[in-house]
Design a protein around this ligand. Structure first.
Ligand SMILES: C[S@@+](CC[C@H](N)C(=O)[O-])C[C@H]1O[C@@H](n2cnc3c(N)ncnc32)[C@H](O)[C@@H]1O
Length: 283
């Protein structure tokens, strides 16, 4: 269904305590595949030329859609894996307040430069380890409506690429940081367990009825495991006290390149999508 801009906006249901969307906007936001091709140049690129310093920056427009669905104007958002600020920029655009945390001073500095370029006030950004958020009173002093975040995809980016991408000279590993505290430098099962511990401490920072929305990608299957990281994350988090798994949406990123993986021998998936996993906190 496409929104018809010519139609009058439909009213907001007075019982709606989640967001400021009309019934029509709500219905559109529920589509199971969000397919996008955001510009990487010009004002709609939101300083992509700076943000591309990061190996996996999230488009602010995409994060803004989620912010609009899972919060009301003036809502509070936490991103414990903030990178160069996809979530934080979205919150500035949508009139929400946010706090970001990331291990990397380089990404924090990049976010500050992006804000200066876009002429938006930077949201608070803590350089630190999100496994220990209780160290930061600025975070523990409030309750959030939404944790919107994009953790590492286990070790996906910390490993050199093989096959077609290696042949094309694009095989270098692109770890987020070289820190031992970086969850992206952990093996698959260690990563899952660290992520679970992190969210066990972080979920109680949500207000009752608040949401955890997180991005992830699957890894290629190996002989010993399917490596559907999205399914393993759900299985690992869904029994945290008060956390209810609500389902997922798929983000289809049309700007991703296709490679002839496996050609001419066997099927190898070319992943041009990510999973957006949605949980609600009902303590
Ligand atoms: C997929 S990226 C997030 C990108 C972000 N959404 C953006 O738009 O730039 C994951 C981030 O997690 C950070 N990270 C990894 N382990 C961390 C930890 N223990 N505490 C805080 N940040 C961490 C990495 O530095 C990296 O920037």
């Amino acid at each position: 269904m496409m929104m018809d801009e010519a139609q009058e906006p439909s009213p907001i249901d007075p019982r709606n305590r989640l967001n400021d969307l009309s019934g029509r906007e709500w219905t559109y936001a529920l589509r199971s595949v969000i397919s996008t091709r955001y510009p990487t140049r010009g004002p709609e690129a939101y300083a992509h030329h700076l943000r591309r310093l990061h190996p996996s920056p999230k488009p602010p427009q995409l994060m803004a859609e989620l912010v609009r669905f899972f919060t009301k104007r003036g809502g509070h958002v936490l991103d414990p894996f903030a990178g160069v600020g996809g979530t934080l920029i979205a919150c500035s655009l949508e009139g929400r307040s946010a706090i970001g945390v990331d291990l990397s001073e380089v990404y924090a500095a990049c976010y500050a430069e992006v804000c200066a370029t876009l002429e938006i006030a930077p949201q608070p950004y803590i350089i630190g380890d999100s496994r220990h958020l209780q160290r930061y009173p600025a975070i523990t002093a409030q309750r959030f409506d939404l944790i919107l975040t994009d953790p590492p995809y286990a070790q996906m980016l910390a490993k050199p690429k093989t096959g077609e991408r290696k042949k094309r000279g694009q095989g270098a590993a692109t770890p987020f940081t070289d820190s031992a505290d970086d969850l992206g430098n952990l093996g698959y099962w260690e990563f899952l367990s660290a992520l679970r511990d992190l969210f066990a401490n972080t979920i109680p920072l949500l207000r009752p009825g608040g949401h955890l929305v997180l991005f992830t990608k699957d890894l290629q299957p190996s002989p010993d495991h399917h490596n559907m990281l999205h399914a393993d994350i759900v299985a690992n988090l869904r029994d945290l006290p008060g956390l209810e798994y609500r389902g997922y949406q798929i983000w289809h990123d049309q700007s991703q390149n296709f490679y002839p993986f496996g050609y001419p021998f066997t099927f190898v998936a070319n992943q041009v999508h990510q999973f957006i996993l949605i949980f609600r906190y009902r303590p």
